[in-house]
Design a protein around this ligand. Sequence first.
Ligand code: SAM
Length: 286
Amino acid sequence: MVEVSIERPAIYVVATPLGNLGDLSPRAAAVLRKSDLILAEDTRHSRKLLDHIGGSSAALAAMHEHNERDIAAGLVARIAAERLAVCVITDAGTPLISDPGFPLVVQALEAGLPVRPVPGPCALVAALSVSGLDTTRFLFEGFLPAKAHAREERLTVLAGMPHTTVCYEAPHRILGTLEDVVRIVGSARPIALARELTKLYETVYHGPAGEVLAAVRRDAHGTYGEFVLVIGPGPEQAPDEAEARRVLTVLLGRFSRRDAIDAATEILRMRRNQLYALSLELAPEA
Ligand code: SAM
């Protein structure tokens, strides 16, 4: 067992396992055991984790996406007044990464409270580390928009990014998203799809987007579980072209081709025929 000294008052942002309880660090377990209050996304789920470490004397309270904005200020005042050591945990991985915790951390920092990380599992980092794709520069996109049009628009922009992109995705949307990636980003773009990391059915598909889509379709369990999608970098582009793609994509999503090109010509000060050609690439004529 590791020895830790606990600050009071302080907030500890504690990473917890993605599935395999063995991934909870000894320091995380010690801080959870010694704290006064644990703020958990789902208290029933987190109780199992606390049982795994032999229990904790800390009180357990719920802090999730529906109440965290309302309770943050009151919590910060109480933590300071009662000099509490408080842990923030979520159902899996690192809090604040597509998870609750942001309002509390911001308000605690504003109030001058120490906020300490207890680092550990994070699905985006785990997936990236085994993706076989460039890790020198990457963009974490979180969840892509659920609505088809917004998702297409976002993928069109991401397709032009010269660095690796990491997205979280829900099981009921994974096939649709992969189909969009093949259509918009291209079937030849190298991607990796990580499923059920650290769990019994952990699977990582690697290869061109078209082949990964086919493999997921072939796999009877291909759409079950939790997913991280990693999209390899697009070609390096001149900054002007990347900006033109971004601006034109947004305009094409809102206006007719003619109006979009008119507006883009003024915004970007580029030649009309150049923008027309780019518009056909971004939104082929039906
Ligand atoms: N805070 C978490 C983290 O640090 O990774 C992420 C929370 S977010 C609400 C949940 C998403 O993370 C899932 O929908 C999935 O995309 C990804 N995820 C979580 N656990 C995973 C796992 N074991 N394997 C693959 N993806 C996982």
